[in-house]
Design a protein. Structure first.
Length: 619
């Protein structure tokens, strides 16, 4: 590559040689070359410092520098400028050394012609350009090698870190698997996995122990294979919703080795590493003993002798065979909750949970949360997510007692749930679906409530698919002996009494003749009072506290005591309180709520006094 114009610097102390060189270049007709002349090295270096010099013709014998020193000074200070050394005859060896020190070419004075001089200058320029290009290429290559080496080192370090991290992750996974295996194998709760076809894929030793089967005979089976299909409809419905991504908690009763066992189940979607649901993880806890302590109604409709109750139970048995919403009607205390539990036990949901709530007992501000649950932070005091009664009754039955007390705003949400089986928790955004049967009960005339606007007409028609009236106790007096035995048996468990008081035929006849305005609830309160006062011995009329035909409930009452001989002041005070409570219970015919009103205290306070004074001393 040739520049369009070249400035040549001639550093030569001999004027004759300088004129000769300049003359040669002029004769060559090189219009693209200009020659500047300096006689000393110092002045030549100064000129080079100013720039715009394309090449240097350098004499090695200058007044202020001689020999190879001259070349070294020029090439070291201006390495980018090509140098052609001028030397005398016989000094070719020195010239060669000069080339090794940085000069691009050399010429011997006296043997220089036009062509040689021009060619040497251009050769020196081109060689220098090539050297610069090579140096640049070498530097670029070294830079790239250095960068690539740095990249490789970085990649190597990252690879080493990744290997170390994978080793740590592998060790952590191993430890996690060991912990999971320890939990899975050592847990007392039942833990098992199901695949998409609802077949068991893994079971822990607790499942093997419960069923008395090795895992090899359980894996691959379905619920119907192991439990004869009892309650399989509810189980399958819950499992299918879990496969859709929902988590469900429910109760279910299975027949295991001929014995009914109740389990609280947590069903969770089992996902793979990509987040896809590939099965179901179920953790089940045995709650059989807890459920056994709950009151269970009679299992057959032949236990009662009255025609009214037998007819009612027969109708309830029919109602239990389907999932329709039932409206139970009857006076307060007549046994609507009892009948609802009977319907549940007669239904295909009998293996599931049963819950009952009295709408009148729930504060209006909390009623929605109690039924439908709430999310964390949805209102003041909502410190965490709460599952409502509808979720707790998953797979079973929920009784809404005294539904006429439900606020109108909540009636609308309940109606929407009955239509869709879905609801949204208070403060929530996602809909929750549940599989639960709803039963309702009331002692009100809901048709009149609808006329006055106190109850929604559309909800009334929705819950009144089938109505069953529970007869009051005065219309089923024949059942009183059976009820007495049932209630006494319950009281013996609740009060932990080893021997029940005896009730003779005269007392039983007195119980049959009484009208029982408070129905079965009043009968229970009267019997509880009698058991407490009898001390486990024979019950008499005074123990019952029932009013005689000529007895006035509002007659004067007095309490007499004498200065203590063997009793302390505290004991006398307790006797006074006990007598006052007994009189209040007598006047209220054994009804605690009414007794509490007579004493102008709350029912909870009355319960506290009764417990403190020994009414529940064995509880």
């Amino acid at each position: 590559m040739r520049d369009t114009h070249l400035n040549i610097l001639l550093i030569e102390d001999n004027p004759g040689d300088a004129r000769l060189i300049k003359e040669i270049l002029r004769e060559a007709g090189t219009a693209d070359m200009d020659v500047e002349w300096e006689t000393r090295l110092s002045s030549g270096l100064s000129r080079l410092q100013q720039g715009s010099i394309s090449a240097v013709l350098l004499d090695l014998g200058l007044p202020d520098a001689t020999g190879l020193e001259t070349v070294t000074k020029v090439c070291s200070r201006f390495p980018e400028i090509p140098v052609v050394v001028l030397t005398g005859q016989g000094e070719e060896a020195v010239a060669v050394q000069a080339v090794k020190r940085g000069a691009q070419d050399y010429l011997v004075k006296g043997a220089v012609d036009t062509m040689v001089l021009v060619r040497s200058i251009r050769y020196a320029i081109e060689r220098k350009q090539m050297e610069v290009a090579l140096v640049k290429a070498r530097d670029e290559l070294e830079k790239r090698v250095e960068e690539r080496t740095s990249e490789l080192l970085t990649t190597n370090r990252m690879l080493q870190l990744e290997i170390a991290e994978r080793q740590r992750a592998g060790e952590a996974l191993k430890q996690s698997e060991e912990r999971f295996r320890a939990i899975f194998e050592g847990a007392q709760d039942l833990i098992f996995l199901k695949d998409l076809s609802l077949r068991y894929t893994h079971v822990n030793p607790a499942v093997e122990k419960l069923l008395g089967l090795p895992s090899s005979r359980i894996v691959g089976q379905t619920y119907e294979d192991l439990f004869d299909g009892e309650g399989s409809t509810c189980i399958k419905d819950a499992d299918e919703r879990v496969l859709e991504g929902k988590s469900i908690e429910d109760e279910h009763t299975n027949m295991v080795n001929g014995m009914p066992m109740t389990f609280l189940n947590s069903r969770i979607p089992f996902r793979n590493s990509e987040g896809q649901v590939v099965g179901i993880l179920v953790v089940s806890r045995d709650i059989t003993e807890r459920k056994r302590s709950e009151f269970s109604p009679l299992e057959c409709d032949t236990a009662y002798t009255s025609k009214a109750m037998r007819s009612t139970l027969s109708l309830a048995n029919v109602a239990g065979q389907n999932d329709s919403t039932i409206l139970l009607l009857g006076e307060s205390g007549s046994g609507k909750d009892y009948l609802a539990k009977y319907i549940h036990n007669c239904s295909k949901r009998s293996s599931g949970p049963y819950f009952s709530v009295t709408c009148a007992s729930i504060a209006a501000s909390l009623a929605e949360s109690e039924l439908f649950g709430h999310e964390k932070g949805s209102f003041t005091g909502a410190h965490g997510r709460k599952r409502g009664l509808l979720e707790l009754a998953e797979g079973g039955t929920l009784l809404l007692n005294e539904i006429g007390e439900l606020p109108l705003t909540l009636q609308a949400k309940l109606l929407a749930f009955l239509d869709t089986k879905k609801f949204t928790r208070v403060g929530g955004e996602k809909e929750t679906s549940v599989n639960v049967r709803l039963l309702t009960a009331t002692n009100r005339d809901l048709e009149k409530e609808v006329e006055t606007g106190a109850f929604r007409k559309d909800l009334f028609y929705r819950i009144n698919v089938m109505s069953i009236s529970v007869p009051p106790l005065r219309e089923r007096r024949e059942d009183i002996p059976i009820l007495v035995q049932e209630i006494l048996s319950q009281l013996s468990q609740e009060l932990q009494i080893t021997s029940l008081p005896s009730i003779d035929s005269a007392i039983m006849e007195r119980l049959r003749k009484y009208d029982w305005p408070g129905n079965v609830r009043e009968l229970r309160n009267v019997l509880e009072r009698a058991v407490i006062l009898s001390g486990g011995k024979t019950v008499n009329l005074n123990n019952l506290g029932l009013p005689r035909e000529t007895e006035r409930l509002d007659e004067d009452w007095s309490f007499t005591t004498s200065f203590p001989a063997d009793q302390s002041l505290n004991q006398i005070t307790q006797d006074l309180k006990r007598s006052i409570i007994n009189e209040a219970l007598r006047r209220s015919r054994g009804r605690r709520q009414a007794a509490a009103r007579l004493l102008k205290i709350s029912r909870d306070s009355l319960k506290h006094y009764m417990k403190t004074l020994g009414y529940f001393e064995q509880e």
